[in-house]
Design a protein around this ligand. Structure first.
Ligand code: SF4
Length: 321
């Protein structure tokens, strides 16, 4: 059967060619896999690797992250981009502690019910952490399936239920092999069946690929341009957040005014950070969400604030819980 042959071929290729990524190592737990999946959304592997290691060194279990304020999660997120993901991960950690005794749940419905965990992330954790049979469909998998199975040049607009059904039909019956096939499809989509110039000559699925068999027509429609960063609100948000990350406690508005000349754009970026729950206004100052001085033994070594009374003054911290 072509469907299962596709999966078997992909798995054989994956066995030989998969990147050696730490979250794929045997024995890596569900929490570490969940963190990797959230970090990898919209961020390249090479940037995620050091951030993932640092995050898990500090918060090896959900309970450790849940015990720290959101500000610490935002600080650790650093320059990974799209920092609301840090809040989502912490919200997830809190829910895991409150609802599941600190253990990442195994059931798909329980995973889907965690804050900030969507259809993709829930299935990725269920498959890669617990070896369950679920279609794990990201952009790369949608494109691979569209080309190899449907003979379409690209996946077109997202149609989640149809994507899930189409991918589920390709998976082997055995749950562990199905999870392996999902990982293989993702890797093929990321490394070989790439959007602009698919490497069909190197593709293990070439002999059974419907798009290749049809003569490979070029993708139709406008090519998506990468989003501009320089000068965009995202850059201003990043600069404001960098000042707040590097400061323990409130930062006066005057200091934030120095990071960007355009008053309207700076005000819009700051308001956006507040709306997103990343930053809180405190009088004429701003703090990272829930910022407070941690006990010395919980502070990262490079930001330790010695002495138990430093948090008392308004210039160094606001105690919140
Ligand atoms: S043969 Fe080309 S188009 Fe088909 S799955 Fe492989 S890389 Fe993609």
């Amino acid at each position: 059967m072509v469907d299962k042959e596709l999966a078997s071929t992909a798995i054989r290729w994956f066995d030989e060619n998969a990147r050696d990524l730490p979250w794929r190592a045997p024995g890596v737990g569900a929490w570490a896999i969940l963190v990797s999946e959230v970090m990898l959304q919209q961020t390249p592997v090479v940037r995620v690797l050091p951030a993932w290691r640092a995050w898990l060194a500090r918060w090896p279990e959900p309970a450790a992250l849940a015990a720290d304020p959101p500000a610490e999660a935002i600080r650790m997120w650093g320059r990974l981009g799209y920092p609301r993901r840090a809040l989502r991960l912490r919200g997830c950690a809190v829910a895991i502690v409150e609802r599941h005794d600190g253990q990442v749940p195994t059931g798909l419905d329980e995973l889907l019910a965690l804050p900030g965990v969507g259809a993709y992330t829930a299935r990725a954790v269920a498959a890669f952490a617990y070896g369950q049979r679920h279609p794990v469909v990201d952009t790369n998998v949608r494109r691979l399936v569209a080309r190899a199975v449907a003979g379409e040049p690209d996946a077109g607009p997202a149609t989640r239920p149809a994507d899930l059904v189409a991918t589920a039909e390709l998976l082997p019956v055995d749950p562990a092999r199905a999870a392996r096939a999902s990982a293989a499809f993702m890797e093929l989509g990321a490394l070989v069946c790439v959007a602009r110039t698919p490497r069909c000559a190197d593709c293990p699925l070439a002999s059974m690929c419907a798009w290749r068999a049809s003569g490979r027509t070029a993708p139709e429609g406008p090519t998506r341009r990468p989003q501009r960063y320089a000068g965009a609100d995202r850059q201003v948000r990043g600069m404001l957040l960098a000042v707040l990350r590097e400061t323990t406690g409130p930062v006066h508005r005057d200091r934030l005014d120095l990071v960007w000349d355009d008053d309207a754009q700076r005000a819009r970026a700051l308001a956006g950070l507040v709306d997103d729950g990343l930053v809180e206004p405190v009088g004429g100052s701003y703090v990272l969400a829930g910022d407070r001085i941690l006990p010395v033994d919980r502070q990262p070594a490079d930001r330790r604030v010695p002495g138990p009374r430093r948090a008392a003054g308004p210039e160094v911290g606001t105690e919140r819980t």
